[in-house]
Ligand binder design. Sequence first.
Ligand code: ADP
Ligand code: MG
Length: 198
Amino acid sequence: MHAPAGSCGRLEVITGPMFSGKSEELMRRVRRARIAGVEALVISHSLDTRAELSAVTSHIGVTVPAVPVGDVASLAEAARAEDVDLVAIDEAQFFGPDLVPAVEKLLSRGIDVIVEGLCVTFDGDPFEPLPTFMALAEDVTKLTAVCTVCGRDAVFHERIAAAPAGSATDIDASHIGGLDSYVARCREHFGHGTATEP
Ligand code: ADP
Ligand code: MG
């Protein structure tokens, strides 16, 4: 729905660990908004090489077309270039803390924003900027995955592939991967590495 003239946009956050269904939920909301006549721009980060660049893709292969951008400036440019009501951002953690003022600018222009991304690193630490967005949002949906050891709610994910150099918060390709590189873990089984795989 169009924001009334002069009013600010609304911020929604979708977050959780890997495999929690964040991208699926983002795509569901975008499809729903478009049925209501909302002009939605879907943004993906060009660092995400898991699927074709011009789409957001879930782990089960559902996709929605997206504009791939490499940094916050290009994201702002893409949003300026089109007359949109809603900007939906996949894998927002790749954009780093500079994404916060850029999103605030969109909101101040009356554009609704959905920020979707990881709130936790594969080391189990808070992963900015999602925790900041969670504090600032009108609505936060925090999803859990399924622990692949015991089936309980997983709020963490951890690497099972060899870790590259660098920390868990480096904005680089070390955060890209799927079932071959990462597993979802509950609190009890997080940090046990591959030894606890069934
Ligand atoms: P995210 O964007 O949060 O990484 P996706 O939306 O891409 O998640 O994918 C979620 C889908 O991944 C689920 O619907 C399910 O089919 C699949 N999946 C694979 N492994 C798991 C797991 N351990 N827990 C939950 N879902 C999983
Ligand atoms: Mg995803």
